[in-house]
Design a protein around this ligand. Sequence first.
Ligand SMILES: *[C@@H]1O[C@H](CO)[C@@H](O)[C@H](O)[C@H]1NC(C)=O
Ligand SMILES: *[C@@H]1O[C@H](CO)[C@@H](O)[C@H](O)[C@H]1NC(C)=O
Ligand SMILES: CC(=O)N[C@H]1CO[C@H](CO)[C@@H](O)[C@@H]1O
Length: 628
Amino acid sequence: MEAAEDTRGWSVLVAVMLFAVLSHTSAARDREAPRLTSGSSHQHHRLKRGWIWKQLFVPEEDPTPRVIGQLKSDYDRGESAIQYILSGEGAGDAFAIDEYSGEIRTLKKLDREEKAFYVLQAQAINRRSKEPEEPQSEFIIKVQDINDNAPRFQNEPYVSSIPEMCPTGTMVVQVSATDADDPMFGNNAKLIYSILQGEPYFSVEPKTGIIMTSWPNMDREAKEKYLVVVQVKDMLGLSGGFSSSTTVTVSLSDVNDNGPMFQHHLYTFAIPEDATVGTTVGRVTAEDADVGANARMNYSLVDDLEESATFTIQTDPATQAGVVVLAKPLDYESKRRYVMAAEVVNEQVDTVFLPLDEFTDRTTLKIVVQDVNEPPVFLSPSYEWMVTENAAVGSAVGVVSARDTDTADDPIRYSIDKSSDTAKTFRMDPLNGTITIAKTLDRETATWHNLTVIAKEAKHHRLSSTVVASIKVLDVNDNAPRLAGLYQPYICEGTQAGELIQLLSAVDPDEPPEGHHFYFSMVPDMHINPNFTIRDNQDNTAGIVARRSTFTRKDRSRYLLPVVVSDGGSPSLSSTATLTISVCSCQPGGHCPSSGVEALALSMGVSLQTFVGLLVCSVLVTGFRLWG
Ligand SMILES: *[C@@H]1O[C@H](CO)[C@@H](O)[C@H](O)[C@H]1NC(C)=O
Ligand SMILES: *[C@@H]1O[C@H](CO)[C@@H](O)[C@H](O)[C@H]1NC(C)=O
Ligand SMILES: CC(=O)N[C@H]1CO[C@H](CO)[C@@H](O)[C@@H]1O
């Protein structure tokens, strides 16, 4: 056999090397050497060295004891004068020497994988002199390999992932096995890999164990996982060797080799017209056989502005469905049907695997608006009117108007919510929405009338809605000013001309926007009053001033002085109050005890009734004109 010859070549080479090493120990000796002969060959080389060591071999796993060689000194004349002694590794246990013949034999079965060689020492001793005939030296017994170990895969399990659609020859993984047998001897540890299962998609390089793809266009969407069974054999795969196998799990990872595709060419949705903005109208789904990022998609609406502005479409991140959402309020009465195209496109496109347009798909959306019976709608969200407080009963304040937007177009009936007008100040025309004044207004009582106006469908559904109509009552100058108090002026005896007797001010319930302007004056008369005069201070006050210095109670105890107060309204209103000015013999400091005045009045013969009567103001209302 060729293989066997090859092996012998090896062992010879090893023997020569060992010889070189061992001979060094006996280099000093130049005598004729004893020799060691192998059990199989009986060559008798003589060299100049004392010992000639040949390599001894013993096949492993051989249970039969056998002679594997013989130790022989050149001085041995066969008279048993020399004793051979063996020591070192395995001496007496694995190997024994015949002390007379020098034959070395095995004692037991040896395992190369346990111990591949034994280093032993040999001695040749003269039995009589007990002197060594030869110097002690070492030799080697090598255990020869037989193929008694199967190859074993390392680093199991093998798992690998390669992208789908990868080119033929893409490396998948390298498997690797080891064999405990002697890699230097024969083919016992020469390993060959092959595929048992997984062809034609995968192949293995026989010597390296590199697994590669051998099939183009492996499609993850068709088959995602392959179990590749790889076998390794020793003896270069020749028969009689050992083998073992392993499984390589190969997964195909996704590439973007599929575009999204709508499930339907047409989607029809219905939505009530009163749906609020943000309501989900429906969902469209595009399918993509890829996974993860390769299956992510974006939707859009492609159409003329009105259609696509009324709706939007968004991607549901969880399902990648397209969610159609209402973006603008609908009105069944003005548009009942929307038709538009929806487009889907992969978020990532890879033109290596597909042409660009295959990453896009289109479908048609038809959205039908459903009629909803809606309450009447006021033409204005609120109403605000102004009316002057003197406006006549029966005059119109304003008109509300509401419409039934439904197709039925019901007539509307108007009314005022009673709780918003408990005094029934206003009246509503139920047919035309005109609000009129039912009772005289008074701004000074109520400035605002905030009415809740109801519009109700007259026939079908009787739905109603309300609106607030605020009516502001505007001021007109309908109140005359009056003196601010019940003045009881007096003048002390001895008061000098020009001295102030009483300061006057006035009040008016009207509320002119620019503020009050009161004017004080005497009653116009043919004769000038020689006793008192009124000085208007131009700040809504006036003073009564004495015109002479000679007032005495003896002369006269009371004077009547009519005072006219006018406001700045247009037209102006005025009132006249007649003040009674008493003359008093004042205490020092100008104080007049009230008893003093009255006592004197009675003694003067003026009745109390007359006195009180004189204090009553008479109101003159001049020029009463209505606004508007
Ligand atoms: C509303 O109807 C009343 C009769 O009820 C009528 O006098 C008034 O002129 C109408 N107003 C309008 C604005 O049509
Ligand atoms: C009525 O409406 C007016 C204007 O909206 C507001 O200023 C006023 O406070 C309201 N009055 C009442 C009593 O609600
Ligand atoms: C208008 C007026 O009251 N005049 C009186 C002024 O005082 C004298 C004297 O007391 C009276 O006689 C006037 O009547």
